[in-house]
Structures are given as structure tokens and as C-alpha cells.
Ligand binder design. Structure first.
Ligand code: PLP
Length: 420
């Protein structure tokens, strides 16, 4: 079984805690850069390749700047994410806008920034046209329906997903967009989330490449780019296999060579919109054990709660836990590790075998760098934590301060109430 190794020591956690009290999310600059470079290398065979980092996974400007330095663009899903990306200096074709149930003002902003709009539905052509006309470059999201089978197992049910257009709608959308003047058209599809198979992207690529060939044959329209979106997963559990991005890139290249090149479409650019793969393992939630309770089970209470990391409560998601400084100690205690919400699902771990935990121990909750802080909320008056960057030179930097109660009260009218 592969060990999951924290990128932070107990001493470093204590040093940070003295300045930025727990709980906090911490990200490894070195890890982020390494992941981005490996991804770029895996797709270097494609001339137009670009990764558009899914901003919703980790919407922090310092993280986005690092990714920008590594050659990534951004994939935005809302007006606020567009504003954030603009503030970070992303411009024009570095911005992808993949949203659904989109409002005109959002299309207008995406277009003003020069971003590429990815249409979730054929009816949105009209919404977009009203908002900003028909841009030169437009993408359409495809939903093949049915079941998505990979490695002889059903991975997901696209027929039940709210996203994308049917095949017929996609062809029709291409005809309409082309007739109205769009010249660079692309296709996008997201068929399974958090996949742990090197075959996911190659299989998806094959489906989309064949679709591009069919579009070309039936309509004469050449697809300019194909967006494989997100979905490449991470090994949250130590026993899970790790994806090998080089194998994944090579699998996509083979599909490209065998489907697109013979059809004369060898100049298509490949895009990705990875969120989880880029950041999950390069972030952790550091929390302190503040209480222990012995009733029918053994509980360790920590100073973080589901408001800081929603995935276990929301999906029953597994996040590995390391007790810092006790990496080598035997895991001979069975605990439920719990937060303080008045919700019984506020449990980071249930029946987890861990070393004996003492009050004051730092618990390192792994793989929270994507869809961690960003899914935070304020239930029970809980406040969002700080975010910290562990810089490549070993120093640390606060990249977002923790919320205070004043932040929580900011949206009330202070002339009616006094909050002290
Ligand atoms: C969420 C999302 C992504 C990123 O997904 P991951 O599973 O984090 O890689 C990419 N594209 C779109 C359109 C998304 O909604």
C-alpha cells in the first residue's frame, strides 16, 4: 500500500500556527508547479495544447498566478470567477467560460474579456447573441446520453446529467453558429468525475475526435479545438492507483493519430480544464485536536469543521489523515474525527485507525487543495479559514486571511443593529 506523505512537518505546522492559528488550508507551490509541468510535458505533442485550470476548485489569486506562470489559462463558471481571473491578469483566449443556466450579463463579461464561451445548450445561442453578438470563437458542450462505460464498468450516466447538448443539437448549433459568422468552433465534454484510470481521457478523446470527423463530413465545418475538460482524479485513499499523466497524454495522442490525422484534422488543438488533478494533492487542511470524548465511540474533536471541508459530509468522501509528528507511530486507535457543527454528518473520518491522538496534535487532512476551501460555507456562524502558501523556498505566506465575525455581519444593515 502506497503511503501518503504530508508536504508539511509538525515543526512547520507549529511555526505557522504561531502566526496563523489553525485551522488553515495550505498549498505547496513546489507541488503545484511540478504537477503543471508534468501535465504540459504530457501534452507537448499537441501544438495548440492548453490547460484551463478550473477556477472553482481553488479560487485564490495567488494560486492562479502560479498556474499562469506555468502557462495555464483559466476555466470560469460564473461572473465572480471571471472578475477574479481578470484581476489576475488573464486575458482573451486564456479564459474559458463554461457555465450553465447562464445569464446575459455573464456572457457579456466573458466576451468583453475576450474569453471563449462554451455553450451548455443550443437555446443559449440566442441568449449569447442578445448579450454580445456571435463571437468569432465559440465552444459547444456535448452530452452523448446513455451510460459511459470504461474498463468494462459503468463510470457515469450522462443521460441523467443536466449538462451539454445532444448529438443532433450539437450539429444544429454548429450550423447556426457557423452561418452567423463564428469561425473557430470547438467541442467540450465532461463524462466522469474523479476518474482513476489512465483510459478516461483517451476514451473521451476518441469519442470527441470521432464526433469532430462526423461534423466535418456532414457539415464541412472544421473543429478548431477539442476540450477534454476535467475529471482526471487523484488517489484520495492510499490503496488507490495513481493516474499517470504521461500515459494519459500518450493515450490521447494515439487516438489523435488514429482518428483525427487520417481525416485531415491533424491541426486540432487539445484543451483540458483540470481542477482536482492539478490541486487536490497539493493542498491540505491543517487542524488541531482540541477535545476528546468517550461515549459509545471514541471521538476526537478538531478546530475545523465541514464548513472548511465539505466533501466528507456531502459525499461521504474519504480524506486521508496524518497526525503530524506521529507518522511512524502504530495506527492502533479507532477514532471518529469530528468538527463542531450541530450536524451529525460533520465527521472527517469514521472508525479510522490512527495513532493515539493527544490534545494539541496537528491533524493533516490530505488532498484538500481542490474543492476544499472553495466549497466552504458559514453554517452555525462558522468562519472561513485562512489559506497559506508553502513557498518553493520553504518559507510560508498567508494568501488569504481567516474571516472574522465582522465579515460575517458585513451584509447586514449596521444602522439597525450593533454587532460587538
Ligand atoms: C468542475 C469542472 C471542471 C474541473 O473538474 P475536476 O474534476 O476538478 O477536474 C472542469 N470543467 C468544468 C466545466 C467543470 O464544471
Amino acid at each position: 500500500m502506497a503511503e501518503k506523505i504530508p508536504f508539511l512537518t509538525r515543526e512547520q505546522a507549529a511555526e505557522i500556527d504561531a502566526v496563523i492559528p489553525t485551522p488553515f488550508h495550505i498549498y505547496s507551490e513546489e507541488g503545484i508547479r511540478k504537477t503543471a509541468r508534468e501535465l504540459q510535458a504530457a501534452f507537448a505533442w499537441n501544438k495548440g495544447y492548453k490547460e484551463f485550470f478550473a477556477v472553482k476548485a481553488t479560487p485564490n489569486p495567488f494560486i492562479l498566478k502560479i498556474l499562469q506562470e506555468e502557462g495555464c489559462g483559466v476555466d470560469c463558471s460564473s461572473e465572480t470567477e471571471l472578475i477574479l481571473s481578470k484581476a489576475c491578469g488573464f486575458r482573451g483566449k486564456e479564459i474559458m467560460f463554461s457555465s450553465n443556466e447562464t445569464r446575459e450579463q455573464e456572457f457579456a463579461l466573458a466576451n468583453r474579456l475576450g474569453g471563449t464561451i462554451n455553450l451548455d445548450d443550443i437555446t443559449l445561442i440566442e441568449t449569447m447573441e442578445n448579450a454580445c453578438g456571435i463571437p468569432e470563437t465559440v465552444s459547444c458542450r456535448y452530452n452523448p446520453g446513455g451510460e459511459f462505460v470504461l474498463d468494462n464498468a459503468i463510470m457515469d450516466h450522462p443521460k441523467d446529467a443536466k449538462y451539454g447538448m445532444t448529438r443532433e443539437q450539437l450539429f444544429e448549433a454548429f450550423r447556426i453558429l457557423h452561418a452567423k459568422g463564428a469561425r473557430h468552433l470547438g467541442i467540450h465534454s465532461f463524462l466522469a468525475s474523479n476518474t482513476l484510470s489512465n483510459h478516461y481521457y483517451p476514451r473521451l478523446a476518441e469519442i470527441l475526435f470521432k464526433l469532430a470527423v462526423d461534423i466535418f463530413r456532414e457539415t464541412g465545418i472544421r473543429v478548431s479545438f477539442i476540450n477534454l475538460s476535467g475529471g482526471v482524479g487523484v488517489d484520495y485513499r492510499p490503496e488507490e492507483p495513481k493516474n499517470d499523466i504521461r500515459v494519459i497524454g500518450e493515450g490521447v495522442r494515439q487516438a489523435f493519430e488514429s482518428v483525427l490525422v487520417p481525416a485531415g484534422l491533424g491541426d486540432v488543438a487539445i484543451f483540458t480544464e483540470l481542477g482536482r488533478y492539478m490541486l487536490a494533492g497539493n493542498g491540505a487542511l491543517v487542524t488541531r485536536a482540541i477535545h476528546e470524548k468517550h461515549i459509545y465511540k471514541e471521538y476526537i474533536g478538531v478546530d475545523a469543521c465541514a464548513c472548511n471541508l465539505m466533501r466528507p459530509a456531502m459525499y461521504g468522501a474519504y480524506h486521508h489523515i496524518t497526525v503530524l509528528g506521529k507518522e511512524k507511530a502504530p495506527c492502533d486507535h479507532r477514532y471518529d474525527v469530528v468538527g463542531s457543527l450541530c450536524e451529525n454528518n460533520d465527521k472527517f473520518a469514521i472508525d479510522r485507525m490512527l495513532p493515539r491522538i493527544d490534545r494539541g496534535d496537528y491533524l493533516y487532512i490530505h488532498d484538500t487543495g481542490a474543492h476544499g476551501f472553495s466549497m466552504g460555507y458559514n453554517y452555525n456562524g462558522k468562519l472561513r479559514s485562512a489559506e497559506v502558501l508553502l513557498c518553493a523556498d520553504g518559507s510560508f505566506k498567508m494568501i488569504r486571511r481567516a474571516e472574522t465575525s465582522a465579515d460575517y455581519f458585513r451584509t447586514f444593515d449596521f444602522t439597525d443593529f450593533r454587532f460587538e
